[in-house]
Design a binder for this molecule. Structure first.
Ligand code: HEM
Length: 535
């Protein structure tokens, strides 16, 4: 049996080599030398700090770069606005995700919006959209605020008992648990209780921290060239720690999800439908016709995806806001002054809570949110494959290695494309010559960046991707970021704890780690004390 299996793998790999050598070539596109036939340039891309090599290559070769994947395969690393707009917006269903990533997502979450394609994806997205509109996201603002307040209270308790009225906390663990609770309440009307329990099983399971090893690089690349049907078999036959962990996440979170889907469905039948995302999803699904309705296993997959996509992303973004605020305390001070001034207006009008309409009087806060999303995009690279031979439009012509100038780029079916969100967000033509500097004021000088090619769903950033597969939860995330920042900055002063050397670790999502302690996973130890109040 195993011999037959290996024969199939060898044939598949040989066939993919044959196809590679007889198709349109992109080997004339400038790019870095490959240091290894076995791994190509991928270790440089996946094992450096997030975006670091993207910025270097962008300076050397421009916004369309040929890189090598394992076994001599050519790929493109792209940050060109027009090419990205074509791939993610205009022709998005002609550029599906690589099958290795689709299969891992299926294994971890079950079938759901991130791992289906074409008409199936349209069906999933249609049922999910009603839960993620503008009014719905705004309605969760008080929930996000309450979670931030609860965390802030714990920090105050810790400061109160300390002799020097300050505390050092790993804020990455705290914020990750607070955002897990926030997603539980807003998306499912469910209490994960992660803030109350630092050993929360689900919070620990959803910590998918892991730096890409050479073995994983090779494994994923080979998976991309095998017939999709044999991949689940291969995964079972050659288990690994990461895959076992994915199965554990699936088991734990599906158990919670199953209980909730049943509860929401019964509530709907009894006419007691609630306003959380999942209730809206179950309701939208019930009004679909039988052909387009999501099956129960798809609803469960959806919930698993929302738990992960909805908490690790916002949580890590919040960590990088605090990181910037510690680097530049004057920004922290300015933000606090703006929040306090708005607080006074709110009290004067007889309210006790901030609401999304107060954002209008906090332009610096919104500018800090946008600048953090630009400068520290948590999903720093996103991946696609050309489903057929195609032609990419370009914002800037490319000069090939033989000196020919191309105004558009023919690409072969099967070409892997790594979109560099990190590099696009620092494009000097769009964001200015100082695109490499963290400067929230750029958003006050120009509310939207100058570009002929509109891309992305928020502020012309590519942080939430673009087009039919753009982040469905972006409004949700923007609300949550504002709520947490108001609460944290108004109450506390943050500075770096003794440990220095925070890294932007390139895991599935970018996360802070400490130089020399990467194996310990996400960490952001900060010194926290109560902010002075004059009133
Ligand atoms: C700062 C926070 C966030 C960032 C930077 C972010 C970024 C992204 C990006 C780049 C994608 C596209 C990935 C790809 O196509 O390969 C995506 C998709 C997605 N995001 Fe987010 N996200 C954030 C927060 C959220 C939240 C809060 C939720 C849910 C509550 C969410 C749910 C989703 C879902 C379901 C998809 C898949 C959409 C589809 O395939 O149609 N995200 N996100």
């Amino acid at each position: 049996m195993l011999t037959v299996f290996f024969l199939v793998v060898c044939l598949a790999v040989t066939y993919s080599f044959y196809k590679r050598w007889t198709r349109i070539s992109i080997s004339h596109i400038p790019g870095p030398e490959s240091k290894s036939f076995l791994y190509g340039n991928l270790p440089e891309l996946f094992q450096a700090q997030a975006g670091e090599i993207d910025f270097k290559w962008q300076q050397m070769y421009g916004d369309v770069i040929r890189i090598r994947a394992p076994l001599g395969e050519d790929r493109l690393l792209i940050s060109d606005p027009k090419a990205l707009q074509y791939i993610y917006h205009t022709a998005s269903y002609r550029f599906p995700k690589p099958q290795s990533r689709v299969q891992i997502s299926r294994l971890t979450f079950g079938p759901g919006i991130t791992n289906v394609d074409g008409d199936d994806h349209k069906r999933h997205r249609k049922v999910m959209l009603p839960g993620f509109g503008g009014p719905e996201s705004k309605s969760f603002f008080p929930t996000f605020f309450a979670c931030a307040e609860k965390m802030a209270q714990r920090w105050k308790d810790s400061i109160e008992v300390s002799p020097d009225q300050s505390t050092v906390l790993d804020v990455s663990s705290w914020i990750s648990r607070a955002t897990l609770d926030a997603i539980g309440q807003a998306a499912f009307d469910y209490e994960f209780g992660a803030l109350d329990d630092s050993d929360n099983v689900l919070a620990k399971a959803f910590d998918l921290f892991g730096v890409m090893t050479n073995r994983a690089i090779l494994f994923l690349s080979v998976m991309d060239h095998l017939p999709s049907k044999i991949i689940p078999f291969l995964m079972k036959k050659f288990p690994s720690g990461r895959l076992d962990h994915a199965l554990l996440v699936n088991r734990l979170s599906t158990a919670v999800a199953k209980e909730l889907v049943d509860e929401k469905f019964n509530a709907l039948l009894e006419g007691k439908g609630r306003r959380d995302v999942m209730s809206l999803l179950v309701k939208a699904n019930a009004s679909e016709n039988a052909k387009t309705q999501l099956e129960e296993r798809e609803l469960l997959g959806q919930m698993n995806i929302i738990i992960l996509a909805g908490h690790e992303t916002t949580s890590n973004t919040l960590c990088f806001v605090l990181f910037e605020m510690c680097k530049q305390p004057e920004m922290q001070e300015r933000l606090r002054r703006e929040i306090r001034a708005t607080e006074r207006v709110i009290h004067d009008r007889g309210d006790t809570q901030f609401s999304p309409s107060d954002f209008d009087s906090m332009p610096y806060l919104s500018a800090v949110v946008k600048e953090t999303l630009r400068f520290h995009p948590i999903a720093y690279n996103i991946y696609r494959v050309a489903a057929k031979d195609d032609v990419l439009p370009l914002s800037m012509p490319i000069t090939t290695t033989s000196g020919k100038v191309l105004h558009e780029l023919p690409i072969p079916k099967g070409l892997h494309i790594d979109a560099s969100v990190a590099a696009y967000n620092r494009n000097k033509d769009i964001f200015g010559d100082d695109a490499g500097v963290f400067d929230p004021d750029r958003w006050l000088r120009n509310a939207s960046p100058k570009t002929k090619t509109a891309l992305g769903v928020y502020a012309n950033l590519f942080t939430f991707a673009s087009g039919s597969r753009s982040c469905i939860g972006w409004r949700f995330a923007v609300m949550e970021l504002h709520a947490f920042m108001i609460e944290l900055l108004s109450n506390f002063e943050f500075s770096f704890a003794e440990v220095q050397g925070i890294r932007r670790e390139a895991c599935g999502v970018m996360t802070p780690t400490i130089e020399g302690q990467v194996e310990k996973g996400s960490q952001l130890p900060l010194k926290i004390k109560l902010a002075q109040r004059d009133d």
